[in-house]
Design a protein around this ligand. Sequence first.
Ligand SMILES: [Zn+2]
Length: 127
Amino acid sequence: MRRAAIDYRMQRRAVLADVRSGLRSPADVCDAHPDLLRAAIHIGTPTTDDCPMCHDETLTQVTYVFERKGSTRSPGGRAVPREALARQLERFGELTAYAVEVCRRCHWHHLVESYQLVARDEDVNAG
Ligand SMILES: [Zn+2]
């Protein structure tokens, strides 16, 4: 179950507007970390959206998950294939997920959305 989604499209538009007006250089916003690029290549989910920077490649989405706050098992987030989300959720009960779009050609990257995933709603008695 998915809740508390935050959409980052407005911030994305603002970044692209800054680049168009020269406030930020393309190099500034096309600096995806090598780990992110690797994740995009190996476990990313292809989209049909064109890259807003190079217009020469479709974007790939990478999903990062963080376990519920307070967990000491793994403090950092990690990239997981979208197909593995359900399994991760079963294991941890609650996750915060971040979807990041990446261009594998020019290395543009931006946060698309974040959301909470809960294995079951607290209102529901799971028995
Ligand atoms: Zn690109």
